[in-house]
Design a protein around this ligand. Structure first.
Ligand code: COA
Ligand code: MG
Length: 289
């Protein structure tokens, strides 16, 4: 999943528009974009939308962001949306692998009641939204086969830390959020799942989005969340391996295949070893997807 577009669950027009936005995934939101009095209606809208959208032939992956466990709303969210069979739920304010285990159990029970295959609904966790969560970012490995990705957020974290800002005057994340970003990246790599970059809230600023997306790709993220359809093409472009990157990756794989049993090869005067081969294979896998 290169691009994951947030859509408030109570916004019928945006939900329809999002289906043809080109996003690899939609995140139908029941959490921060839905005020408390609207939660119950939003759940019903989300379920109705998913039930219909899953039948479309060429469709994005369909995720539902439920409310966090601490709100007491998560069980009712799952009761309503699981029978519609979204591809995944997004778990906000996740505090480590233990919360993923908890979400897994809740999903298993509801999949059984809805006669869905056990494990069919995956989990994407937002791993850095509380201070506690930062210290647990390394605990996702082995939590559940359902875990598909980790992502991170700076807004809730800055509120919890009591910060005045999370970005500097040039729009760059300040230290506590750069730490959260790095912990998400390392936590995802340790758990062998996809790392997805957070949203760029300044949605009219295409240059800032491109810069952040390119920095994310450089560091190892393979996708990014969006809040506006205009952000989707830029994110897709940056996370689609370029022709040059694919050619380079093919050359690395071919050089190792031509030298079986060798740990290092030289191409055009540059040394490549096993980690380069691993990276080249990842690029080719993403190009194929
Ligand atoms: N998904 C689908 N369509 C969207 C969209 C989204 N996330 N955001 C905007 N659009 C649509 C608008 O409805 C509008 O459609 P129209 O041309 O048919 O009227 C078009 O794209 C242009 O929208 P624009 O006027 O530029 O923005 P806006 O002021 O209507 O909306 C936001 C701005 C931020 C309210 C909106 O982008 C949004 O709701 N984003 C998601 C918020 C969210 O889910 N937050 C939680 C996670 S952080
Ligand atoms: Mg939030």
């Amino acid at each position: 999943m290169r691009s994951l577009l947030f859509v408030p669950a109570d916004a019928a027009k945006k939900l329809d528009k999002a289906m043809t936005s080109g996003a690899d995934a939609l995140i139908v939101d029941l959490e921060d974009s839905i005020p408390a009095p609207g939660k119950a209606d939003a759940r019903l809208s989300a379920a109705a939308f998913i039930r219909d959208a899953v039948t479309a032939t060429h469709r994005p992956r369909l995720l539902v962001r439920i409310n966090g466990f601490a709100t007491g709303l998560a069980d009712a969210d799952l009761d309503t949306v699981v029978p519609a069979r979204p591809d995944a739920i997004m778990l906000p304010k996740a505090e480590g692998g233990a919360d993923v285990v908890r979400a897994d159990a809740k999903l298993s029970a509801r999949e059984a009641m809805a006669a869905l295959p056990d494990g069919c609904i995956r989990i994407v966790a937002i791993a850095t939204e509380t201070a506690t969560a930062l210290f647990l970012a390394g605990t996702y490995c082995g939590a559940s086969e359902r875990l598909a990705a980790l992502t991170w957020g700076a807004e809730d974290l800055s509120a919890e830390l009591g910060a005045e800002a999370n970005r500097d005057g040039d729009g760059r994340f300040l230290d506590p959020y750069r730490l959260a970003r790095a912990l998400c990246l390392a936590g995802a790599a340790a758990a062998r799942v996809q790392a997805i970059d957070t949203v760029t809230v300044d949605f009219r600023n295409a240059a800032a989005l491109r810069r952040e997306t390119e920095e994310a790709r450089r560091d190892g993220f393979t996708g990014k969340m969006a809040i506006h359809p205009a952000q989707v093409p830029i994110i897709n472009e940056v996370f689609t391996p370029s022709a040059a990157a694919v050619a380079q990756a093919r050359a690395v794989v071919a050089a190792f295949e031509a030298n079986p049993g060798k740990g290092t090869v030289g191409i055009d005067g540059v040394m490549y070893d096993r980690p380069h081969l691993e990276r080249a294979r990842q690029v080719l896998a993403r190009a194929q997807a």
